[in-house]
Design a protein around this ligand. Structure first.
Ligand code: PEP
Ligand code: MG
Length: 746
């Protein structure tokens, strides 16, 4: 291989670009390109392998190997040297390919006579597209600048692939983003939907990967980096008296945006012939490969910051913003890396579903998706790289599975599932005005959880008898400042109006833990779920609590009002909250304002400690609502946000049921109204077991009311109770199997 200069590289890139502009089909272009690269780099062989499907690479063009092997030779991802390059996303450079680990002999190509091998991935911002290989008979290692030069060529090929330059008719060269792909994530909110992808942040399209004038491209890059640095400086100076942690994040951004190493690498790419945007993408692609392999959380964070900065830089260079002018498709399914609650609310009820690469079950986005009653899948890794706006997509929120561009049989089976669910919903609608009464006439009060005014129509549609939990944090989470009392009073008033006399239990602000207000100083606690949250914050910041209580009293006027305090761990917290509420009521009355004729004050039982509180506490509470989501995490010491442990313990474990039973008995003895409002209340097996144990009010998402009522009306709760007791007496650790069998025979 002859010595190569920057200008050789630039000439090659320009000729590649000319190939793109010339007429011809995808195969012609690939053939010309392999020949151009082999000649320019002075190697006997140049081959391009592209993905046939996400697991299979196919030899699509070659100069030097046997032509008969084209479209015949295939390898799995990870198989042979080519498969390994694709898998790890890094070059392989060896002077003795046949002895290199993983080498696979492919007789049809005639390649055993070539000793040296250099393969580089063809990839674009984390998306694997193929592998570019050069080979020579002479046993030699390729020099660093040759490896670098081939990576630059591969970057141009990646952009050309993205632009559809190699799509062919006869030979079946696939366009990327065409294959069906399945993503296995986790369920954030149940339900199923079919729709079209709507990317929250559309991909940047680079139409000119090759730069004609390196000085001009370098200037463009410098200007864009200057603008980026100014953006970061503005973020720092515009955020006022921000706390230390937030400032540190922005300072890291500033440091990265000023990084000489980053700038130097991009300038070198430009010198070899890339345009400024292709240079940014090349560095971003390599950064993504490192990100995929990095285990150290600190390093991952920095690499992810750099990824974010690269995106900003690309948008500055291409002028492509998040608003591309594209039309929202019909049945849009939002696809994003992550999204804040306010942004998600902006999309509103038009969305059919949401799929996120990150997120967590208790994240704000999940809270909003739950309130909007749309399926949500989280942890769908790499979906923003694969999906294009408008792609068909199926979201299975029950299983946490997403099918992108599904094949017909998958789509048909999925439609059957949706149709069956719709059919069942229709049947449940017929039950709407009937009571949830078992065969012996035992009545269960089914109420719903809500968090938005927009949830209230479900009260009438689902047949819920009231709202058992109105989470008030959404109005706080979706604003950039604490909402004003009048705003809140107006909202609560409208909620009560919409409830048309049905009871609504308002829960005071439950923040902290995973629910962090954008304008609240992050606490950096070692265990936020057990930290400064809910009523603890309320009592330490009495101004906010007082304001919310006033808003509730003003909204109610003379109407009955029910208020509950979250996360009460000991009676004194409840008494303090209760006193604050009574004081506000008396103050309003003293000012001559109307006050609720009936005021009921309750506590959420979310920590095991309350199960052992003195009788006087139970007597003072007008009602108690079991927050099963939190209670379970503390009962079993299993973080509800941690995928590794959160499903490990069964709600129907007899130890948990024995604890619930204890609370039921204590509430019966003290005449305290008891309800259960965690997610388990809306799950059939759990709900029926709770009812059999003696819980008479269950609060759930509206879509669960119909199915649960349907089951209760067929069941005999006394009979089920006997079954549960028998299983417990027999020493089984869970009653799940027995209850499931009972329900299956209804
Ligand atoms: C619970 O913990 O069960 C509950 C209803 O509250 P949240 O899910 O809002 O913490
Ligand atoms: Mg809770």
């Amino acid at each position: 291989m002859a010595e190569r200069s920057d200008s050789d590289s630039r000439n090659l890139l320009r000729r590649l670009r000319d190939v793109l502009a010339e007429p011809g089909n995808g195969q012609d272009r690939l053939d010309r390109i392999t020949s151009l690269i082999a000649h320019s780099m002075g190697t006997e062989v140049c081959s391009i392998y592209l993905f046939r499907d996400p697991e299979t690479l196919e030899l699509c063009a070659t100069e030097g190997l046997k032509p008969e092997a084209v479209h015949q030779t295939r390898m799995r991802l990870g198989e042979g040297l080519v498969g390994r390059v694709a898998r790890v996303g890094n070059p392989i450079n060896t002077h003795d390919a046949p002895s290199a680990p993983g080498f696979r002999y492919m007789p049809e190509t005639g390649e055993e006579i070539y000793s040296s091998f250099l393969g580089v991935p063809i990839q674009r911002v984390g998306e694997k597209l193929g592998v570019l290989v050069v080979q020579s008979k002479e046993a030699r290692d390729y020099k660093d600048d040759e490896v670098y030069g081939l990576e630059v060529v591969a970057m141009v090929l990646a952009e050309m692939t993205e632009l559809g330059a190699f799509v062919g008719d006869g030979e079946g060269i696939g366009h990327s983003h065409r294959f069906p792909v399945m993503f296995r994530g986790s369920s954030g909110q149940e339900g199923a939907c079919e729709g079209r992808v709507w990317l929250h942040e559309p991909r940047v399209v680079v139409t000119n990967p090759v730069g004609d004038d390196p000085d001009h491209e370098k200037q463009r890059l410098e200007d864009a980096v200057g603008a980026l640095q100014a953006q970061v400086n503005d973020m720092i100076s515009g955020s006022g008296d921000m706390d230390m942690d937030h400032r540190q994040v922005l300072e890291t951004y500033r440091m990265l945006a000023n990084s000489r190493g980053w700038m130097r690498r991009m300038t070198e790419d430009i010198a070899l012939g890339l345009s400024a945007e292709a240079a940014v993408e090349k560095e971003q692609s390599q950064n993504r490969s490192r990100l995929e392999q990095a285990a150290d959380p600190y390093l991952r964070e920095r690499l992810s910051d750099l990824d974010d900065l690269s995106n900003r830089l690309l948008r500055l260079l291409t002028g492509q913003g998040t608003h591309t002018g594209a039309e929202l498709p019909e049945n849009p399914v939002l696809v994003a890396k992550n999204i804040g609650p306010a942004e998600l609310l902006d999309y509103g009820r038009g969305l059919k579903g949401v799929v996120l690469e990150e997120g967590s079950v208790g994240s704000h986005a999940a809270v909003v998706a739950r309130a909007l009653a749309i399926p949500l899948v989280i942890h769908a890794k790499r979906i923003t790289t694969e999906a294009l706006n408008g792609d068909p997509i199926l979201v299975d929120g029950d299983q946490g599975v997403v099918h992108l561009r599904p094949e017909d049989p998958v789509a048909n089976a999925f439609r059957d599932k949706i149709a069956m669910q719709a059919e069942a919903q229709k049947r449940y609608a017929d039950l709407r005005d009937l009571p949830a009464e078992d065969r012996q006439g035992t009545r269960i009060n089914l109420v719903m959880n809500a968090g938005l005014l927009a949830d209230l129509p479900s009260l009438q549609n689902s047949g819920a008898e009231g709202v058992g939990l109105f989470r008030t944090e959404l109005q706080f989470l979706t604003r950039s400042r604490v909402p004003r009392r009048d705003e809140l009073a107006q909202l609560y008033n409208r909620v009560m109006d919409a409830a048309q006399g049905k009871p609504v239990k308002f829960r005071t602000l439950d923040i902290g833990s995973d629910k962090v207000l954008p304008y609240m100083k992050p606490q950096d606690e070692p265990n936020p779920a057990m930290g400064w949250r809910a009523i603890r914050v309320g009592l330490d910041k009495p101004g906010v609590l007082r304001m919310q209580l006033q808003a509730l009293i003003r909204a109610a006027g003379t109407r009955p009002l029910e208020v509950m305090f979250p996360f009460i761990a000991c009676p004194s917290e409840f008494y303090a909250g209760r006193d604050a509420l009574l004081r506000q009521r008396d103050r309003e009355a003293a000012l001559g304002r109307p006050v609720p004729e009936c005021l009921k004050i309750g506590a959420m039982l979310e920590t095991p400690s309350l199960g052992f509180a003195p009788d006087s506490f139970y007597q003072t509470c007008d009602f108690i609502s079991i927050g099963g989501n939190d209670l379970k995490q503390f009962f079993f010491a299993a973080d509800r946000e941690n995928e590794r442990v959160r499903r490990r313990y069964d709600t129907l474990d007899v130890s948990f049921l024995t604890f619930l039973e204890r609370i039921i008995v204590r509430c019966e003895a003290t005449n305290t109204v008891l309800s259960f409002c965690g997610e388990d209340a809306g799950r059939p097996v759990e709900a029926l077991t709770f009812a059999a144990l003696g819980l008479r009010t269950l609060s759930m998402r509206p879509a669960s009311i119909g199915p649960i009522k349907h089951l209760i009306r067929r069941a005999d709760l006394a009979e089920l109770r006997q079954i549960v007791q028998r299983v417990r007496n027999e020493g089984h650790s869970s009653v799940r199997n027995a209850v499931t069998t009972y329900l299956a025979h209804l």
